[in-house]
Design a protein around this ligand. Structure first.
Ligand SMILES: Cc1cc2nc3c(=O)[nH]c(=O)nc-3n(C[C@H](O)[C@H](O)[C@H](O)COP(=O)(O)OP(=O)(O)OC[C@H]3O[C@@H](n4cnc5c(N)ncnc54)[C@H](O)[C@@H]3O)c2cc1C
Ligand SMILES: *[C@@H]1O[C@H](CO)[C@@H](O)[C@H](O)[C@H]1NC(C)=O
Ligand SMILES: *[C@@H]1O[C@H](CO)[C@@H](O)[C@H](O)[C@H]1NC(C)=O
Ligand SMILES: *[C@@H]1O[C@H](CO)[C@@H](O)[C@H](O)[C@H]1NC(C)=O
Ligand SMILES: *[C@@H]1O[C@H](CO)[C@@H](O)[C@H](O)[C@H]1NC(C)=O
Ligand SMILES: *[C@@H]1O[C@H](CO)[C@@H](O)[C@H](O)[C@H]1NC(C)=O
Ligand SMILES: *[C@@H]1O[C@H](CO)[C@@H](O)[C@H](O)[C@H]1NC(C)=O
Ligand SMILES: *[C@@H]1O[C@H](CO)[C@@H](O)[C@H](O)[C@H]1NC(C)=O
Length: 497
């Protein structure tokens, strides 16, 4: 019996799907043992490493944790989950804000991928293969050491390539070089019926399309194949604090930033980072300090920003800087955690009224939240952004056209996050979108909001690509084995496009 079964029965959860998953624990364990699949022993050190999510607020309990080291372990684990009737999910870096790597609820079979993280660069083609459990920092350091190459990706070295590249992957190179998923040229994946297939533009093309934006709902990727770019010899990372003491000045400042975003040069990658006590413009410039100063000059004039830091260095210097100074090369064990609620938005440039609402909420509501919160606004689109160049339906990532991408993040530095804590950021987002048509904004599945219903979440995350995704899901996972509370559901809708 699963150690938690009596506890769940006491809570009156017996009979719910979660409790019945725990009721199946023995049968599942037998199946895994028979197939020779390694499983973390409950409460062992490995179990604690593998079953602890980045966000300690959402610490779900799996029915079992598979410590996969081979593709066959993954295939057999998927077969057992299917046979026994429990949901299964891959966990790579465990960094999903809603703990979707743990299934996003109790009672899932978790296939921990992070022991499978081999990266090999083919120096003649520039194609890299990375196993499905690789973390971003390991990928970056291997691509650099094996050939001074890279892909575009986000900042935290502990984030998994699995979740990141299957659902977007936006970082300080994205305005110049696009999303992580734009560098994906092929993948090997275990489907719900345990078969292993390859996909690319020319092989299982529908599946390949769906993987690039909604991969977690489609199967378990055992290997990614990325094209890569040659890293520049030197880049310049920077921080330019702004002082906007009044609402009126913040309004002028944010307006100037979003106008600048529309046409800023491709070489510039930047975000507006608003915290309780400071506001920064920060980012990465593909060039030297003089080039950066020239590119930023018009914005600095309008915002009164001060270029406080502009440091030129090599590729790994900026990876390390944006990674917060921690070790780049992250492997299986990872023990940094936070406790938080977050949500996200994508919008076009805000109009005068929407800007006013944004600034008013920031000054009159958000500032009274004394927790350690921030709102990060990435300058995502614009006419020179590599993200916005491909058509919005060229991959399952639906939000290429939006100018701004917001992460609204509210954490406690210690202790428990309060039960009503979410209202600050939730209301921040809904105040901004209140006057917008539903088709004029979205949310980012890599910054998921754990409070959304499945229906709202699917609409917010996948917008115009949802119907086609549901059709593909129905083909590859009709019983929703790879279920999580905000994932793609298999529907009977006919596939569009
Ligand atoms: C500190 C921090 C910094 C971040 N910075 C950025 C950033 O700069 N830019 C950005 O875009 N995002 C950023 N993110 C968000 C991050 O991209 C997402 O949380 C991402 O989904 C995490 O992937 P993971 O593998 O670590 O997470 P997990 O929780 O392990 O997985 C997330 C989802 O992907 C699925 N999945 C994982 N691996 C596989 C696989 N091999 N095959 C199939 N499905 C798989 C899981 O089942 C789950 O649904 C950050 C997150 C954190 C916590
Ligand atoms: C790949 O190329 C880089 C740079 O040219 C070189 O330093 C490295 O040794 C090569 N690696 C292999 C495995 O050939
Ligand atoms: C997938 O493609 C790779 C690389 O081309 C190949 O080595 C592998 O055998 C293929 N696997 C399957 C299941 O087709
Ligand atoms: C910039 O500074 C000038 C002079 O102090 C001030 O009038 C203006 O409001 C400031 N603008 C912003 C956006 O802070
Ligand atoms: C450029 O980057 C290299 C590392 O690739 C570093 O050694 C050098 O100091 C950098 N140059 C400048 C001007 O910072
Ligand atoms: C806007 O924020 C206020 C203050 O938090 C809140 O009371 C209100 O419900 C919010 N409005 C919307 C539409 O979210
Ligand atoms: C497994 O599922 C895929 C996708 O639905 C299908 O194409 C394939 O035929 C199935 N394989 C087996 C052995 O059933
Ligand atoms: C994408 O959208 C365009 C028009 O908006 C349409 O012509 C095209 O067929 C669509 N492509 C896919 C793959 O759905």
């Amino acid at each position: 019996m699963h150690p938690l079964a009596p506890f769940l029965a006491l809570l009156g959860l017996a009979g719910t799907s979660h409790a019945s998953a725990f009721d199946q624990a023995d049968t599942l364990a037998d199946c895994l043992t028979k197939a020779g699949v390694p499983v973390d022993e409950f409460e062992s050190p490995d179990y604690k490493l593998d079953a602890t999510p980045f966000n300690l607020r959402l610490n779900y309990t799996p029915v079992a944790v598979v410590a996969a080291t081979t593709v066959k372990h993954i295939q057999d684990a998927v077969a057992c989950a299917r046979e026994v009737g429990v949901k299964a999910n891959a966990k790579c870096g465990g960094h999903s804000y809603a703990s979707f790597g743990l299934g996003g609820e109790d009672g899932h079979l978790i296939i921990e991928m992070s022991r499978m993280n081999k990266v090999v660069l083919d120096n003649t083609t520039g194609i890299a293969t990375a196993e499905g459990g690789t973390r971003l920092g390991h990928l970056a350091s291997e691509l650099y050491s094996q050939g001074k190459r890279a892909i575009s990706h986000g900042t935290c070295p502990g984030v998994g390539v699995g979740g990141h590249a299957l659902h977007g992957g936006y970082g300080v190179s994205s305005h110049t070089h696009g999303l992580s998923l734009d560098w994906l040229v092929g993948a090997t994946i275990v489907l719900a019926n345990s078969t292993l297939v390859n996909c690319s533009e020319t092989e299982n093309a529908d599946l390949f399309w769906a993987l690039r934006g909604a991969g977690g709902s489609m199967g378990i990727v055992t290997e990614f194949r990325f094209k890569t770019f040659e890293v520049p010899e030197n880049l310049t990372y920077f921080v330019a604090p702004v002082q906007w003491p009044t609402e009126a000045r913040a309004l002028v400042g944010v307006q100037a930033v979003q106008e600048f975003a529309e046409t800023m040069p491709a070489e510039l990658n930047m975000r507006l980072f608003i915290a309780r006590r400071f506001v920064n413009l920060e980012g990465l410039y593909y060039g030297d300090k003089e080039g950066l100063q020239a590119a930023l000059a018009p914005l600095i004039k309008k915002t009164n920003a001060t270029l406080a830091l502009a440091k030129t260095g090599g590729w790994l210097d900026q990876v390390k800087y944006f990674g917060g100074g921690s070790a780049i090369d992250q492997g299986h064990g990872y023990e940094d955690h936070e406790t938080f609620y977050s949500t996200s938005l994508y919008t076009k440039a805000l109009d005068e009224t929407q800007l006013q609402t944004f600034v008013s909420y920031w000054f009159n509501q958000a500032k009274s939240n004394t927790r350690d919160w921030y709102v990060q606004i990435d300058l995502h689109g614009g006419e020179n952004s590599a993200v916005s160049k491909p058509a919005a339906n060229s991959t399952a990532y639906a939000h290429r056209d939006y100018l701004l991408m917001y992460l609204l993040y509210d954490r406690v530095d210690k202790g428990i996050y309060p039960a009503d804590g979410h209202t600050y950021m939730e209301n921040f987002a809904s105040n901004v979108t209140e006057s917008m048509a539903k088709s004029d904004w979205g949310r980012y599945i890599n910054y998921p909001d754990s409070r959304l219903s499945q229906e709202d979440a699917q609409g917010n995350y996948w917008g115009g690509n949802l119907a086609r995704l549901q059709g593909i899901k129905k083909d590859v996972d009709p019983e929703d084995l790879f279920h999580y509370p905000q994932g793609i559901l298999p529907t009977v809708e006919s596939r569009s496009g």
